[in-house]
Design a protein around this ligand. Sequence first.
Ligand code: RIB
Ligand code: CA
Length: 312
Amino acid sequence: MKLWLDTDPGFDDWMAWALIESMPEMQLLGVSVVAGNAPLRQTLSNALRIKSLHGWTTAVHAGSEGPLSQAQVTAQDVLGDHAMATIERPLPAASAVLASTDAVLALSEALRSNPGEITVLAIGPLTHLAQLLAQSPQAAKQIRQLVIMGGSTDRGNATPAAEFNFLADAQAAHQVFESGVDIRMFGLNVCRQVLVGHEHVARLRATGSNKAHIFADHLAAYVNIAARRQAAYMSVYDPTPVAWLANPQWFNLQPARVDIELQGRWTTGMSVCELRVPDKALPNAQVAMTAQGPEIMAWMMRQLEQVLTCHR
Ligand code: RIB
Ligand code: CA
């Protein structure tokens, strides 16, 4: 499967990227980095540090400094200034360098060279996808499918109504869902069925490599986000659509009409999901509704043990 990753690292982005790299059947053609969890300078630094730590070779492209039109919001209040909280070891300095500073151009060139073959996985704000679709409307047909971590069929996280990626660039999310591209949406509703806890941290740390300790220190800090809310387990966001790419049998998706709220005083960025299609509206997305969480987490652990075991 030919894949392109659009991301705003963040720890769960790192976990998603690692799962992709753990699968030889995934041909990752490029990684485009967008502002989101933190400003672009920080998400870029995180991406190059992650690539260097693992010795991955996928080209990393820098993209947008911020959303299409609204004021920038980040998740640093939850994830820390670097959007990469750790209980001890930080990501080491990067040795990897950027392939380009025009992520949208890089993605459009990949699509032109592989028309109809590339699955684009977007796990940050949809700024780049909106820019691409505005610049070249034919891109909607060149994208085999657009798999999105974002939105929710019920409550939000960044606000009571909105999920962070859609809130961070609501206009971009609106333009993407209006574009006609073939969308698979993995919202908070389904990601909350995939849970990670400290037993998973211990298991990955036990693989023993230096990078396993660094990854486990970051995973522990990620799980601690839930602990601050008196919960033992944290939802797994960005890795969940990666699990679907590899194991669709563990998920149930259904057609829906998804509209993005742009004006609501309390609801801006909300993904309003009409599931009564086609009676009430024509569908514009397939939306994930259920996931077999235990099977998915067991798979994730096996894959991550592989990635973290190779000693370096
Ligand atoms: O709401 C979860 C999303 O926001 C994830 O992509 C996480 O990385 C943050 O960007
Ligand atoms: Ca993300």
